[in-house]
Design a protein around this ligand. Structure first.
Ligand code: BGP
Length: 481
């Protein structure tokens, strides 16, 4: 049985939803530079890294030419009131969203914030309040100012800590009466695979790539801890969490070497939550970094900052599981950025993401066993192609089946004793895919009429899953039929 104040809702991110990328004084962000790549030309499952200075310059030279879907999003900037009314109709208690850093500090290193950007989120939070929906705000969801990439190579520079803190304290002060749930960095572990999007690091500029990426991550850990400190001073009743891309990995066989591989893969997530929840680098981290040739540069007091300002809760995204093996020639499968081996016992989505509801129960139990802090599932869902019928209905039973089985699994985990705060399925309204910039990879309960090229009316239309999820929330997860 889920608690009566369980936070049901949905999740989005500014860069995939808002559009209006050059309106209201907004600066360019990292995702604004990511182009749509046709499927046959994609070199990997996710196409969002910019790895060389030359590539970035070419993209900048294109100006407004070319297909950059995240610049247009789904026009939420202008339609937020309509969208929020639809969320309210489903009965959302919470809405996970992000603030676009570039609306508040367009370049990132200014002294003064952009009032127009601040005023936009005031309007949006007021609209949520009207409908009794609590915002859960991610401070940084792949949206850092491009200027910080160009001038500082992103988080590789320690200067970013102060810039981020200025941004975080500005929004804490401004919205202290409107927002009580916060997250610092979305999927903080993603920079291992996608350093441009996660940390604004262009690898082509780095002498030692691993060194630069882990140094950038250290700066994010410190910045995140300082944001935790700041929110506690400014909004004492606030709750603030970290956010992990959780990738549960099974051993391919009972061979001990496969088990060791799986443990190592798991630690590619745990490393991050260990720092943010426990407040220090894990003991295995020393060897892990040494073997990568990384020597972290720490300032005096960094370790104390990490130890003193731990998060209140751990949130994570969960889409799939993977398999680890000592054999390197095993067939791999799709994934957002982390890749693993195919699991013969699981079905996969059209994008190769392996569907594993029981894995969610396992993950919840493992995370709770390890940390004993409240958990929050802030992303989960099925990316699929929806084809409206002639009369415009979207009968997305496949999505309902996916969500039903995952809600059942999370409910079992709660019965196992896990303290779970809430559930916000990803892309509650159709939006642009982070990994492939496709519009046609849809997660929503609400259909948005737009294609990969940006054609369409942008009209909103309720899918079958909309009515289903409304009933799920109404019955606090009891009626999943
Ligand atoms: C997570 C991101 C989201 C989101 C989701 C689905 O990694 O935090 O921003 O988009 O994955 O991925 P995709 O959009 O690539 O299907």
């Amino acid at each position: 049985m889920l608690k009566s104040n369980f936070l049901w809702g949905g999740a989005t991110a500014a860069n995939q939803l808002e559009g209006a990328y050059n309106v209201g004084g907004k600066g360019l962000s990292v995702m604004d530079m990511v182009k749509w790549v046709p499927k046959e030309q994609r070199k990997s499952h996710a196409e969002m890294n910019i790895n060389t200075e030359e590539d970035l310059q070419k993209l900048l030279a294109m100006g407004d030419e070319g297909n950059f879907p995240k610049r247009r999003g789904v026009d939420h900037y202008n339609r937020y009131a309509e969208d929020i009314a639809l969320f309210a109709e489903m009965g959302f208690k919470v809405y996970r969203m992000s603030i676009a850093w570039t609306r508040i500090f367009p370049k990132g290193d200014e002294q003064e914030p952009n009032e127009e950007g601040l005023a936009f989120y005031d309007r949006l939070f007021d609209e949520l309040k009207k409908h009794n929906i609590e915002p859960l705000v991610t401070l940084s969801h792949f949206e850092m100012p491009l200027h910080l990439v160009q001038k500082y190579n992103g988080w590789e520079s320690r200067d970013l800590v102060q810039f981020f803190l200025r941004y975080a304290t500005t929004v804490f002060e401004r919205y202290k009466h409107k927002v009580k749930y916060w997250l610092t960095f979305n999927e903080i572990n993603i920079s291992q695979m996608a350093p441009y999007i996660g940390a604004g690091v262009i690898l082509g500029r780095c002498e030692n790539k691993e060194q630069s990426v882990y140094q950038a991550l250290h700066h994010q850990f410190v910045a995140s801890a300082l944001a935790v400190k700041a929110v506690r001073e400014i909004i004492p009743t606030a709750k603030i969490g970290c956010m992990l891309l959780r990738f549960e990995t099974y051993a391919d066989t009972c061979h001990p070497e496969d088990a060791m591989e799986a443990l190592n893969k798991d630690r590619l997530n745990y490393f991050f939550s260990d720092v943010q929840v426990r407040g220090s680098y894990p003991s295995y981290g020393k060897r892990f970094l040494e073997e990568k040739g990384v020597k972290l540069v720490m300032e005096q007091g960094d370790e104390e900052i990490l130890a003193a300002h731990k998060v209140d809760f751990l949130s994570f995204s969960y889409y799939m599981t993977s398999v680890a093996s000592r054999n390197t020639d095993k067939q791999t499968t799709g994934g957002n950025v982390f890749m693993g081996i195919k699991n013969p016992h699981l079905q996969a989505s059209d994008w190769g993401w392996q569907i594993d509801p029981l894995g969610l129960r396992i993950t919840l139990n493992k995370l709770y066993d390890r940390y004993q802090v409240p958990l929050f599932i802030v992303e989960n869902g099925l990316g699929a192609i929806d084809t409206p019928t002639e009369t415009g209905e979207i009968n997305d039973d496949y999505r309902i089946n996916y969500l039903r089985s995952h809600i059942q699994a999370m409910t079992e985990a709660v019965k196992d004793g896990v303290d779970l705060m809430g559930y916000t399925p990803w892309g509650c309204i159709d939006l642009i895919s982070a990994g492939t910039s496709e519009m046609s990879k849809r997660y929503g309960f609400i259909y948005v009429d737009q294609d990969d090229q940006g054609n369409g009316t942008l009209n909103r239309n309720k899918k079958k899953s909309f009515y289903w999820y409304k009933k799920v929330i109404e019955t606090n997860g009891q009626d999943l039929t």
